[in-house]
Design a protein around this ligand. Structure first.
Ligand code: KG4
Ligand code: ZN
Length: 345
């Protein structure tokens, strides 16, 4: 166990956090790890939309242009001066290397110039910590389903920084599957929110897309078969000259995804004997997933928690919360901290 540091003068810690792992430039200021004083998110979505996905070089350039502005805004909104910040948290992986490097370089420069500690944070861990901000009484142990554009993990969290990975995707991440199906349907980028919206008025039972449970009660996931099945369906309908009911395709695809996610999550909760389940990552914003998980978990007497929409997708506040807990548990980084694009949990 690491030594737990005492709050300075018994007052509080102020964390400045940076997140630049993908297409959001974000800076946040937090008080004692769980209270957001500011959480500024500058999204590049409009820049990438025309290409149908994130272009790494464009992302890096936009981060360079925006990072100082976003940091200043985070300080201004929080009403905090740079000299008052106690430590800096920054995402150092996983993500796009050029994008990560912007945040890491700025955080290291600030740590050195201000003489304050630096804490490198794993982006996936950050997503989990969004729940600690949202739900003030949340403490481990709990089960966490992390579903984002790049990751799909079922994790048992037994303590701060203590993770047992029960399952992960063997191919596409859930958000990736949403985005690819949305693209095939001619919807915009990112596709997840658009499919979620269309699914609300569609029939989720209309088209029988496959549910991939995998063998031996595995907690791993696979979504590439489902994605191919949707693409095949679209092609065959086109060849038959049938007109598509996009809402039904969206709802049937979403239903196939969330049934598998919910089933495995509940099975894992039963096995780990934990009655608290939390959702994390961009796809945790999905209304169908939130509803079905809550409904099925209620039947078993389990509690489900998820972050508000702004804390589901990428933001610096979640990184700040994770940085705070790492810091008070005695973990900090040195100035050799580097971007690690394929960092694992
Ligand atoms: O966590 P995030 O912002 O970035 C990564 O770390 O990957 O997640 C972005 C992903 C995208 O694939 C996006 O389509 C998906 O989250 N997403 C959703 C919804 N909102 C965002 N997927 C399904 N339903 C939503 N409402
Ligand atoms: Zn993310």
């Amino acid at each position: 166990m690491h030594k737990v540091l005492e709050p300075k003068n018994g007052i509080f810690y102020l964390t400045l956090a940076l997140e630049t792992s993908c297409d959001e430039t974000s800076a946040a200021v937090l008080k004692n790890g769980r209270e957001i004083l500011s959480n500024i998110i500058s999204s590049q979505i409009d820049e990438h939309k025309k290409y149908g996905g994130v272009v790494p070089e464009v992302a890096s350039r936009k981060h360079v242009e925006n990072v100082n502005i976003v940091i200043q805004e985070a300080l201004d909104v929080a009403g905090v001066g740079l000299h008052e910040i106690d430590h800096i948290g920054v995402t150092y992986g996983p993500g796009l290397v050029g994008a990560l490097l912007v945040g890491v370089s700025v955080a290291k420069a600030m740590s050195y110039a201000l003489g304050i500690p630096l804490v490198g944070v794993n982006h996936i861990e950050g997503h989990i910590y969004a729940n600690y901000i949202e739900c003030k009484e949340l403490e481990p142990p709990f089960l966490c389903l992390i579903v984002s554009g790049g990751h799909t993990h079922l994790v048992y969290v037994s303590g701060h920084g203590l993770y047992e990975i029960l399952g992960k995707t063997r191919d596409d991440a859930v958000g990736e599957a949403f985005d690819k199906v949305a693209r095939a349907l001619g919807l915009g980028y990112p596709g997840g929110p658009l499919i979620d919206q269309l699914a609300k008025t569609g029939d989720g039972k209309k088209i029988k897309f496959p549910r991939t449970y995998l063998k031996d009660n595995s907690y791993d996931f696979s979504f590439s078969g489902l994605k191919s099945s949707v693409l095949n369906y679209l092609n065959s309908e086109k060849q038959k000259g049938n007109s598509l009911v996009v809402q039904d395709v969206a709802a049937s695809f979403q239903q196939a995804v969330i049934e598998v996610l919910v089933h495995k999550t509940l099975e894992a909760s039963i096995e780990k004997n934990t009655d608290t389940i939390v959702l994390a990552g961009g796809v945790a914003a999905n209304s169908g997933l939130r509803e079905l998980l809550k409904e099925e978990a209620n039947k078993l007497g389990f509690h489900v928690k998820y972050p508000s929409l702004v804390l589901c997708t990428d933001n610096a506040a979640m990184i700040g919360c994770a940085a705070y807990y790492k810091y008070i548990n005695g973990n900090q980084s040195d100035l050799y901290l580097n971007a690690v694009p394929n960092l694992t949990l």
